[in-house]
Design a protein around this ligand. Structure first.
Ligand code: AMP
Length: 539
């Protein structure tokens, strides 16, 4: 049956001439996100696709699971264009579910397992999600109970799929018991294929709509730039829904190439060093604090890490000092990356000289990427001068999902995304990140919108005013600090760290967004015009 284009409200389309240009240039091709996996499975069904704590899954077994789960989901009524929240830890079922949804043309909303009620409810509300896939509990939180509450509160949320804490369990078995559906195209390459979370600066995280075309393009350019081949054995040790785990080059890059993905529940040396030795891992994508933990671990001597060829580090700024230690101490090539879920990704090339590899955050990955560096007035800055980075291209969105007001600020009228990053570009085009203009905290790669945390703290009894900022931290880059002005007569303890964290937990905020430090103050430092000076508070 001929498919007609999917209309997704709240999605900012590319201008028709731009879309046509991207197709003509071969940036956007006739492919959906699930097809490269099935191509790999046809080429070598017996090879191992995914290794996780419990299992080695071959390509044949993985595609079989995908088609069985897709059959079960289809029987429940999940269809093309439906939004479905997927909140799972680093387990093979995450990969099975997202491919199953793509097989049906449904749109997974990627939610980190660390998210709690505040974030999940927002996703359910804004997307009108029909299904929520999660685990029974995580890190002491009863997610099954949360799922049941949301099911009661949101009529659109018809289906709950609650797996055991480490994946699997009776809900998974019930889906796997279905006869597999046939693999065929049920969505168009131009369809919105997933919604990913943005770090955000405002009250709630924004959602980023990627189509099959934008995402497959990003994967296709990333995989060769990161040296991915069918011999790659990739470690996924940061949350599996992050861009670096999914597409940069991510499991999509590796499974499309016919390699093997190894899933680790976390990135600590005691978890991952044995996995590197046992499976001969060749590539890993990690954030700077994990790299520091690996470099400084005494366990390094006890394991053979010599299979590691490339260590991809991104998500937050890496210090040059740590960067210099990678080659001599871990024996791997350090590949810095600088990208954003909105689309643009830059990689240092694998043949870069040492100075470039340790200092720079890379060159754009797509030949179709257009970058502008501008000053505060929007004028282009000369080479070597820091400027605000604006980006447009075949992997970069033109607008957040269902966010017209925010889009007017976040995108220029001619479609450039305002990244909020301050970068320098050298004569070769290499970028170095030198700062940030957006009001966002980057805690070791996890992004936190201060306004979201401030709004919740303001609801605590005894708080008159609050300002949340990122303060420098040697390991994480930044930590979250809240300056609190108490109401008159309030005991400072009532608005101290313990009370605030308890309050935020009760409100259902993800733990990584909680303040690390609280300082109770009489007032905030002010700028000349009387605004709170976050710059002074960051010191
Ligand atoms: P996310 O969408 O969560 O990947 O966050 C994207 C943001 O992370 C970018 O806009 C930057 O602010 C920051 N970021 C990512 N990679 C780097 C890097 N290598 N150095 C400095 N900041 C980075």
């Amino acid at each position: 049956m001929e498919l007609t284009p999917l209309v997704t409200d709240g999605f900012t389309p590319y201008p028709p001439d731009v879309a046509e240009h991207y197709r003509r240039e071969g940036y956007w091709i006739d492919q959906t996100l699930s097809e490269p996996l099935f191509d790999s499975a046809r080429r070598h069904p017996e090879r191992t696709a995914v290794i996780s704590a419990d299992a080695h899954i071959s390509y044949a077994a993985l595609t079989d699971r995908v088609l069985r789960v897709a059959a079960g989901l289809e029987q429940r009524g999940i269809r093309r264009g439906d939004r479905v929240v997927v909140q799972l830890p680093n387990v093979s079922d995450f990969i099975v579910f997202v491919y199953a949804f793509w097989e049906l043309g449904a749109i997974p909303v990627f939610s980190p397992v660390a998210h709690r009620r505040t974030e999940i409810e927002h996703f359910v509300e804004i997307t009108g999600a029909r299904a929520y896939v999660t685990v029974a509990h995580h890190d002491g939180t009863d997610l099954a109970a949360l799922a049941a509450e949301l099911h009661q509160a949101w009529p659109s949320l018809e289906h709950l799929i609650v797996l055991d804490a480490a994946g699997g369990g009776s809900a998974m078995d019930a889906l796997l018991a279905h006869e597999p559906i046939a693999h065929r195209r049920r969505s168009l390459p131009s369809d919105v294929a997933l919604l990913q979370m943005s770090g955000g600066t405002t009250g709630h995280p924004k959602l980023i709509p990627h189509t099959n075309e934008t995402y497959t393009h990003s994967v296709r350019v990333s995989a060769p730039l990161c040296g991915i081949t069918d011999a790659s054995v990739q470690l996924i040790a940061v949350p599996i829904c992050h861009s670096m785990s999914v597409r940069s080059p991510g499991f999509l890059g590796v499974l499309g190439a016919g390699g093997t993905v190894v899933l680790a529940p976390d990135g600590s040396p005691d978890t991952v060093f044995p996995l590197i030795q046992e499976h001969g891992i060749t590539q890993a994508s990690i954030v700077p604090p994990l790299l520091l933990a690996w470099l400084n671990s005494s366990l390094r001597e006890q394991y053979d890490l010599s299979s590691l060829e490339t260590l991809h580090v991104g998500g937050a700024k890496l210090s040059e000092e740590a960067a210099r230690r990678v080659r001599p101490e871990l024996g791997a090539f350090l590949q810095q990356g600088f990208g954003m879920a909105e689309g643009l990704v830059n990689y240092v090339r694998l043949d870069a000289d040492e100075a470039t590899a340790v200092r720079s955050q890379g060159l754009p990955s797509s030949p179709g990427d257009e970058l502008r560096l501008v000053d505060d007035a929007g004028e282009t800055v000369p080479t070597g001068t820091p400027g605000h980075l604006l980006a447009r291209g075949p992997a970069t969105i033109r607008g957040y999902y269902r966010s017209p007001e925010l889009n007017a600020d976040s995108f220029t009228p001619d479609g450039y995304y305002r990244t909020g990053d301050i970068v320098e570009r050298d004569e070769r085009g290499y970028l170095t990140v030198v700062g940030r203009a957006k009001d966002q905290i980057n805690r070791g790669g996890e992004k936190i919108p201060p306004e979201e945390v401030e709004n919740l703290i303001l609801a605590l009894d005894g708080v008159h005013d609050v300002s949340v900022v990122g303060v420098p931290d040697r390991v994480l880059g930044e930590r979250v600090k809240a300056f609190v002005v108490p109401r008159e007569g309030t005991d400072p303890v009532a608005v101290g760290l313990a009370s605030i964290r308890r309050h935020l937990r009760a409100r259902g905020l993800a733990a990584y967004k909680m303040p690390d430090i609280v300082e109770v103050v009489a007032d905030f430092p002010r700028t000349a015009v009387g605004k709170v000076s976050k710059r002074m508070q960051r010191r």
